[in-house]
Design a protein around this ligand. Structure first.
Ligand code: MTE
Length: 352
């Protein structure tokens, strides 16, 4: 298996392990084409040998099971459109700066996933009454800089979230077998949650009676705030309300006349109901037009026609509102690891 795969169409943040983002300016359809889908890896790519690969369900169950790829393909399949967003998306906008991949606007992409309901696998294994959480182990492993040892990428979900009918073990992405870089042969998809929950190259599911303490659960993917107390530490779960301008780009020079402002909006909980654009630094706002229907777990593209008659410098902002009445705020929720940036986006353009 190739160890280093590199996508020249993406914006490279790191080559090894491969971490690359979707060039937001290339947004031209709801579904992100495979070659433009962002990639977030903690470790080098694993070796996947399909002669031996299987998915085991073990731990606090009455009937441990080992599913082969063809067993999974034969089970009832569900198809769900789901946007994945890395919780580090937009980290580079935090002030002061925070450590880690300096993602711009594009650690987010959208695909249609098909696979088996996780609940079907868990029911087949007969989860015991005292089960509390379910862990998901990816085949990739490696070292961390902050603690000794070799770790696999393993995360957990509460039993309730694992049994949610929309939590799936995906085998297909956009109608084709999962691409290797996105987790072939099988990956978890946890709709509405930040991407860290959707474990790739899944091969082992363990039902446990306690709270999982792996480093990708309790060290990473928690909102740490200063001072660092247990109450200031909260696990990362669903995608926050957010909106992004794909075009024009910051510092772009435009001509007078008609210009389009366009982009995406997302929320992992209450649906986004309104996107507004300001061209005067937030003094006045205009409702954008949706380019597609609301779908529970999908980003939604919007656009707004801006007719400019005067030359000058314009400060453009975008903000989204959700059905619960929440609006994005001007201030980012700064946290130690630079997660969940969702402040109102601000770009400056010049009209000649
Ligand atoms: N699964 C494994 N096995 N290893 C990983 O490094 N990264 C997670 C998640 N699943 C990861 C993983 C993170 S942080 C994100 S944001 C998504 O995968 C990215 O999925 P993608 O690379 O298919 O876009």
């Amino acid at each position: 298996m190739v160890k280093l795969l590199y996508s020249p169409h993406l914006i490279t943040r790191r080559i090894m392990p491969e971490n690359q983002e979707f060039p937001m300016l290339a947004l031209s359809s709801r579904v992100t084409p495979e070659h433009l889908f962002y990639i977030r890896n903690h470790f080098p790519y694993p070796n996947v040998d399909m002669r031996t690969w299987g998915l085991s369900i073990e731990g606090c169950v009455n009937k441990p099971i080992h599913f082969r790829y063809h067993d999974l393909l034969k089970m009832p399949q569900v198809t769900l459109p789901v946007t994945l967003e890395c919780v580090g998306d937009k980290r580079s906008f935090f002030q002061p700066k925070t450590r880690g991949e300096q993602w711009g606007l594009g650690a987010i992409s959208h695909a249609v996933w098909t696979g088996v309901r996780l609940q079907d696998l868990l029911y087949a294994a007969e989860v015991r009454r005292n089960a509390r959480e379910v862990t998901f182990e990816g085949m990739d492993k490696g070292v961390r800089t902050d603690m000794p040892g070799v770790f696999s990428y393993t995360r957990s979900l509460s039993l309730e979230q694992a049994l949610h009918p929309d939590t799936i073990v995906a085998l297909y992405m956009n109608g084709k077998p999962l691409p290797f870089r996105h987790g072939y042969p099988a990956r978890l998809i946890v709709p509405g949650w930040y991407g860290m929950a959707s474990v790739k190259w899944l091969h082992r599911i363990v039902v446990i009676e306690e709270h999982f303490q792996g480093p990708f659960q309790v060290v990473d993917y928690v909102f740490d705030r200063k001072p660092l107390t247990p109450s200031a530490s909260e696990p990362v779960t669903t995608i926050r309300l957010n909106s992004t301008i794909a075009g024009p780009t910051d510092q772009e020079v435009l001509a007078k006349g008609e210009n389009w402002v366009w982009g995406i909006a997302i929320s992992g909980s209450d649906p986004v109901v309104l996107v507004e654009i300001s061209t005067d630094n937030g003094n006045t706002w205009h409702a954008a037009t949706w380019l597609e229907q609301q779908e529970t777990y999908s980003w939604r593209r919007w656009c707004w026609k801006w007719t400019v008659t005067e030359s000058g410098t314009y400060d453009i902002k975008v903000r989204a509102k959700d059905a619960a009445g929440n609006t994005q705020s001007e201030m980012a929720d700064w946290n130690v690891k630079g997660y969940g940036y969702n402040a109102i986006q601000h770009i400056r353009v010049y009209v000649d």
